[in-house]
Design a protein. Structure first.
Length: 167
């Protein structure tokens, strides 16, 4: 009976102390659970962000591949059109030679036009767009100062044309 009396006779401060300890333990456990939950949520968010980044990279790669395919197709189509234009110009040169006079001033002019069409047609058919680009690049490298002046002149003309079309 002494034990029950001794518990009953415990000061109130000890009862509060036990209660405070239990409350601290409960708060500590809740804080630990909250930390664990927050950590799990952060891990899930990181995984989600990583997966989203991977998907974005994959989609960008797919889009880039598609753009390359389209550019390649357009390039081939342009090359084919250039070759066709070249053969068409050669055909037109033959038509000019057949239908226009061969003598006199008109004949000389027609022959010059036909020769120019034929030469240009052969060049287009042989070189295509890529060959023309290489030739222009080579020309600019050999003559940089005139190329700059031509660029300035073209810029001036384009500016005049756009300004006059706005008015």
């Amino acid at each position: 009976m002494a034990t029950s009396t001794s518990n009953f006779n415990k000061p109130q401060s000890e009862g509060r102390s036990d209660l405070m300890d239990k409350a601290k333990d409960a708060v500590g456990n809740a804080a630990d659970k909250a930390k664990d939950t927050a950590g799990n949520m952060m891990d899930k968010a990181k995984d989600f962000a990583g997966n989203a980044a991977d998907k974005a990279r994959e989609m960008a790669g797919t889009a880039a591949g598609g753009a390359r395919d389209v550019a390649s197709t357009v390039g081939r189509t342009a090359e084919d059109a250039t070759h066709s234009m070249g053969s068409g110009m050669q055909s037109l040169a033959g038509t000019v030679r057949e239908n226009l006079p061969r003598s006199g001033v008109v004949g000389a002019a027609a022959s010059g036009v036909a020769d120019c069409l034929e030469t240009s047609g052969k060049y287009l058919e042989k070189e295509g767009i890529s060959g023309m680009a290489e030739d222009v690049t080579s020309l600019i490298r050999r003559n940089p100062l005139p190329a700059v002046f031509v660029g300035i002149g073209l810029g001036f003309l384009l500016a005049r044309i756009t300004m006059s079309s706005r008015s």
